[in-house]
Structures are given as structure tokens and as C-alpha cells.
Design a binder for this molecule. Structure first.
Ligand code: GRG
Length: 292
């Protein structure tokens, strides 16, 4: 069952995360504690699960590439820690727990985020299975997705659009950076490390694009319907109520229809793939039906 697949994948990833993060000495322990607080605090682990599923589809053992999978989750976690800071969203709670800066202070939270981001790149270089060329390609792909061309760019655009209504086309650009880029990189990592052929790459990158968009539309829907489990927030209390979202453009029902349409496009993209895509296909439906 797909639910079991998700559960066991999450378990593997959390075990690998626990293995790779340990303080080299007593003096740095407080920093590692702050990094570990956010890294080991749950979350869906959807980005490394995506890379894992693509590797498995290509008949690779994901354990051989655990540093890359952990790197994706380190980068995602850093983005959440920094996003929660007073200078950004100023959130007190994440995943039902106090945010990093509320527990460790603002300075340490900034450093924990910096530590997670840079450690991700160190980790990828330390993998023993990938070839040097695969490492270069993978690191370039992840750097481009996380940096100013991708997530950081999208976050900056989001910050500058605060309290503004931007057109739908600009909203798509914003999210393709802020959220979509890491989804794309998660899939691309699997393709690079699994030596996928060109046709498979093209199809799966189309799938990844749809999945990132789908994730964002459902995020906007959940923000309104209030099923995102964030203590300290009531549905719609988020800053996004003053901003353009898929729900503000399309209405709740329209956004749900759009999510279903994009989900179908993701399924269509998998049609031409000659490998077993059942897990990737189930992931689309999981994201469509998610409640957190
Ligand atoms: C600070 C550089 C920088 C970037 C922040 C990720 C992000 C950009 C902001 C988070 C705010 C937000 C709610 C974005 C929308 C989508 C998103 C990334 C949600 C959180 O990801 P999930 O649902 O989180 O995968 P879990 O908790 O499951 O890990």
C-alpha cells in the first residue's frame, strides 16, 4: 500500500538524517542542537521521498545516495527556519512546535539555517557511490534550485510583493522559484544519479513541474480550509490573505478544479515513461488529497 511506502520511506530518511548530523566537538554542540531541532522535527519529507522514488524507479538503491537525499531535506529545513524569522514571516510555531528562533534565539536560528544549507553541499561531496561528473551535475542542479535563480529568488519576490495583488502570471513565477524549484531538483537529482535516458528525463521534468504547481495550489487551499496543522494560526490568518493566491484568483472550487487538472497533467506526463511509475503516480494523488 502507498501509505506504507510513505511511512517506511520517511523512516529511512529520518534514520539517515540522524546518522549524518553529529557535532564534531563539544564546543559546537549548541549549534548542532539547534540544527537538529528543526531537522528532526517531523515534516512530510516529500522532497527526499521524491528523489528516492525516482532512484527506485531507475533500479537504484537509494541508501547508496543517502547524502543527496539528506541534503534536500537540510536545504528545505533551512528555508523554513529562515522563513519563520522575525525579519521574514515572524512565526512562533511550525509543525505544532515552537519555531527555531523561539527556542534558540534569532542569532542561533540564522546560524542553524546557514549550517544546514552549507552542510547540504558538504554532504553531497562525501557520497561514495556517485561518479565525479554525477556529483558536479547534482550539486549544480541543487545550487541553482536553492539559490537566487530558484528558491531564494522566489522568496525575495514574495517579500517584495507583500500586501500587493500581483497578476496570476507573476504568482506562477513566484511559486516556481519559491516552491517549484526544490521539487524539480528532487526529481532531477534522481534522474542524474540514476543515469536516466533523455526521454525519461523530459517526461519526469514535466511531471516535476506539475507536481510543484499542484503542491502550491493545495497549500493555498489548505491555508483557507484550515487543515494545515500550525498552532497559533487560524485559517486564513496568514499574511497570504492580503496577497494573491490561487484561491484569491480562482475561488476555492476553482482552485480545487485547477489542482485536479494539474494532477491529471502530471499523470499524463508519466504515460510515456517505460519504467514502473506506480509510486510516482500515487504521489500525485497523495498531494492532491493531503490535509497537511
Ligand atoms: C527563506 C530562502 C528562504 C526561503 C523560504 C520554503 C519557503 C521559502 C517558505 C516557507 C513558506 C511556505 C509555507 C511556502 C509554501 C510551500 C512550502 C514550502 C510549504 C512547506 O513545505 P512542506 O509542506 O513542509 O513540505 P513539511 O513541514 O512537510 O516539511
Amino acid at each position: 500500500m502507498f501509505k506504507d511506502y510513505l511511512g517506511s520511506s520517511k523512516q529511512h530518511i529520518e534514520q539517515w538524517l540522524g546518522e549524518v548530523l553529529s557535532s564534531p566537538n563539544q564546543e559546537f554542540k549548541p549549534l548542532y542542537e539547534s540544527m537538529s531541532y528543526s531537522l528532526m522535527q517531523g515534516g512530510k519529507r516529500i522532497r527526499p521521498i521524491l528523489s528516492k522514488a525516482v532512484l527506485e524507479m531507475l533500479h537504484k538503491d537509494p541508501a547508496d545516495y543517502k547524502e543527496f537525499l539528506c541534503a534536500m531535506e537540510c536545504i528545505h529545513t533551512y528555508s523554513l527556519v529562515h522563513d519563520d524569522l522575525p525579519a521574514m514571516d515572524n512565526d512562533d510555531y511550525r509543525r505544532g512546535n515552537l519555531t527555531n528562533h523561539k527556542v534558540y534565539g534569532e542569532g542561533m536560528a540564522i546560524l542553524a539555517g546557514d549550517g544546514l544549507l552549507t552542510y547540504a553541499f558538504q554532504l553531497m561531496t562525501e557520497n561514495k557511490t556517485a561518479t565525479p561528473q554525477q556529483k558536479i551535475d547534482a550539486i549544480k542542479c541543487v545550487a541553482a534550485a536553492a539559490g537566487p535563480e530558484g528558491m531564494v529568488g522566489g522568496q525575495a519576490f514574495d517579500m517584495l510583493s507583500e500586501d500587493k495583488h500581483i497578476p496570476l502570471e507573476e504568482l506562477k513565477v513566484l511559486h516556481s522559484g519559491k516552491t517549484g524549484a526544490l521539487f524539480n531538483a528532487s526529481v532531477e537529482l534522481g534522474l542524474i544519479l540514476g543515469n536516466a535516458d533523455t526521454a525519461t528525463r523530459t517526461a519526469l521534468m514535466e511531471y516535476a513541474n506539475c507536481l510543484g504547481l499542484l503542491f502550491q495550489i493545495t497549500d493555498d487551499i489548505l491555508d483557507v480550509t484550515g487543515t494545515i496543522e500550525e498552532l497559533g494560526k487560524t485559517p486564513g490568518s496568514d499574511i497570504r490573505q492580503h496577497k494573491s493566491t490561487y484561491v484569491s484568483f480562482l475561488g476555492l472550487e476553482g482552485a480545487k478544479e485547477q489542482a485536479a487538472l494539474v494532477g491529471q497533467q502530471a499523470h499524463d506526463a508519466l504515460d510515456s515513461v517505460s519504467y514502473d511509475t506506480s509510486i510516482l503516480s500515487a504521489l500525485i494523488d497523495y498531494l492532491l488529497e493531503r490535509t497537511n
